[in-house]
Structures are given as C-alpha cells and as structure tokens.
Design a protein around this ligand. Sequence first.
Ligand code: UD1
Length: 366
Amino acid sequence: MKPIVDLVAGARPNFMKLAPVLRAVRAADRLTPRIVHTGQHYDVEMNAVFFAELGLPAPEVELGVGSGPHGEQTARILERYERWLTESRPDATVVFGDVNSTVACALAAVKLGVPVAHVEAGLRSFDRTMPEEINRILTDAISSCLLVSEPSGVANLAREGVNAASVHLVGNVMIDTLRAELDRARSLPGADSFGLEGGAFGLVTMHRPSNVDDPAVLERLLRLLAELAEQLPLLFPVHPRTRIAAERAGLSGLLGPGRRLHCVEPLPYRQTLGLMASARVVLTDSGGVQEETTVLGIPCLTLRENTERPITLERGTSRLVGNDVGRIRAAFGDALRGAWPKGEPIPLWDGAAADRVAGVLGEWLA
Ligand code: UD1
C-alpha cells in the first residue's frame, strides 16, 4: 500500500502552493495524498474561488475552525486535526507556508508520532513581532523533512543546527502555479474593466497587522494611496482583515470605488495574477506577491521593514519601504521613472518545484 500523506491547507496563500504538489504527488504515484482543510479562511472569495480555479478536489476533511484570536484559532485547529489524526492516521503530514494552520497541524501530527514535512521551510524575517515568524520557527523545529524555496532558507536552517540531510532546496512551488496559469491570466479583462482612468495602473495589496491594525498607521497609508493615485490610478483588492480594521477605525470612506483609487473585494487568483503582470508597479505587504512580482519583473514596493524572502531584494524587483510616507513616495517615483532593477531569473523557480517536492517525499517515506 502506498503511504498516505495529508496535505494541509487553511488560508488563501496555501492553496496555490498545495495545488502543484497534489498534482505532482499524484503523477509520481508513490503516495496517496489527502487534502485537509482547516477552514482558517472560509469566505467564498478567500477560499472556494481558489479551489475551483486551481482545479482542487473537495478536501478529504474540513475542520471548519473559522476566525479567532491566535491562541483560540490555533487551539481549535490543534484539537480538530488531532481528532482527525486519531481517527484516520496518515503516514505523514505536509504543511505549507507560515500561517496558523501550518504550525497547528504540524504540532498535532508530531505529538502523535506522525512525521511532518514543511514546504517553504527555513525562511526567516528575524522579526518575532510577526505571527508568521513564530509559526515558521516552530514548524521547522518539529518538521523532519524541510523543503526550501531559496538559498537563505538553507543557510538559516544550518545556523539553527538542523541536520543537513533533512533539508532540500527544491525551489518555489507557488511559482509552479504562476507559470502554469500565466497565459490564461493575461487573457482576462484588465484594470480598465474596473473603470480606472487611463491604461497604466498600479496594484495594491495590504493586510499585515503592522499596517492595518493600528488606526493611525492605516489612515496614514490609505491617505497616501489616495495621493499616489493622482499620479497613477491604483487598484486595491481589499483583504477582509483590512476592511474590518478600516470599519472599526471609521475609515471605510477611504476604501470606496473611485476612478483613481479603486477598492474592490478580494479577487480570484488568476485575475490577480493577470493584473499583477500588467501593472506598472505593485505595492504590497504580502510575501507571496514579493515573489510573484520578482518572477514577472514588475517593480514591487514592499510595505514592510524586513522580509523572510531576501532573494526578492537581492535578485528580484522588491524594495523594502516600510510604512513610512516619505520612503514610499520616493520609491513610487523611482518605479514610475523606471529607476528600478529588472530582476533576474531565480534558480529553481522554474515551474518544476512540485515535482522535486514529490520526489523528496517519495524517497523520505519509502
Ligand atoms: C492569514 C495569515 C497570513 C496570511 C494571510 C493571507 C496567520 C497568522 N496569518 O492572515 O500570514 O498572509 O492569512 O490572507 O495565519 N476573515 C474573513 N474571512 C475569511 C478569513 C478571515 O472575514 O475567510 C477575517 C476575520 O475577521 C479574521 C481576519 O479576517 O479575524 C483575519 O483572518 P486570519 O486568518 O486570522 O488572518 P489573516 O489576516 O487572514
């Protein structure tokens, strides 16, 4: 019998990483994969839309945990995934990225003696105020198969004393999805379908606690976006966390539809990719978008003070601008003037990372 592996998905950024791995594991035919969905993200546009677009089958099990404070959400995932593990034990659990579902399922599994593989292991922002950084450190510490997307991850794990035999530089599985979907993405309606003025536009995504949870910071950033949009129309699909934070702070008026700054609900994967590929500039605090813009060669203003994906700074198109108005304004000007690195191809971000993941998993569980 082929070993059974649980592939764990919970939040939006997990889905485009899981999809190519599922496909590759099935093609290699050495393991029996099952999708476990924790339900961390549940809105149709944060979840079901992605499953449909990526051709993902219905999960084997849905844990339905929903939202909550960190401790509560993590605890709920732990409890419900543990129950699933005791009822229907797999031979291994594969977790992706750095969200609460990642660390919670890894912890539940390892405590029951189920070995854990971590896809996107080793990344470090060295900023422990980020919930994702805690999730990364803890997940790596209890995983026995570490699948790494960029060389910094290998160096970080070596420094933390991880046995090199457990560490595999496989490349970036999310970029497999990008490469598979790009042609179709480019053929979808562009930014003009939203009624933005003119042809050229910028794309904005922003949802990190450091940018949206403090009303003063959020207001400063939203007013700055409105100002920048006078130079170049901006399209802003608004993450639910940001929408809720703005409502709470009485700033919803700054998140409306407009001809210069146009805010919309979260968009599907392919449409977002198509917009990203045709944007003059992207402003984001998302880790995944830093990587995607690097591959697409689009200037990316990263609204953070640090990144766990340094290759996007060293060889890609990302620049850290924090949430400081002056820095963002200056970088925006540079991007519009074309004073920006073009980026170079990143080794192993070649569209075949999931095949390497499937190969490593097959050997590991043989
Ligand atoms: C989570 C991840 C973050 C990732 C992001 C991508 C953690 C710690 N954070 O952040 O790393 O970049 O997903 O989207 O795991 N909400 C909805 N509908 C949903 C999901 C959430 O309305 O389908 C609202 C809820 O009010 C919730 C809030 O958004 O409280 C935040 O959701 P949560 O999953 O806690 O964190 P994200 O900010 O989405």
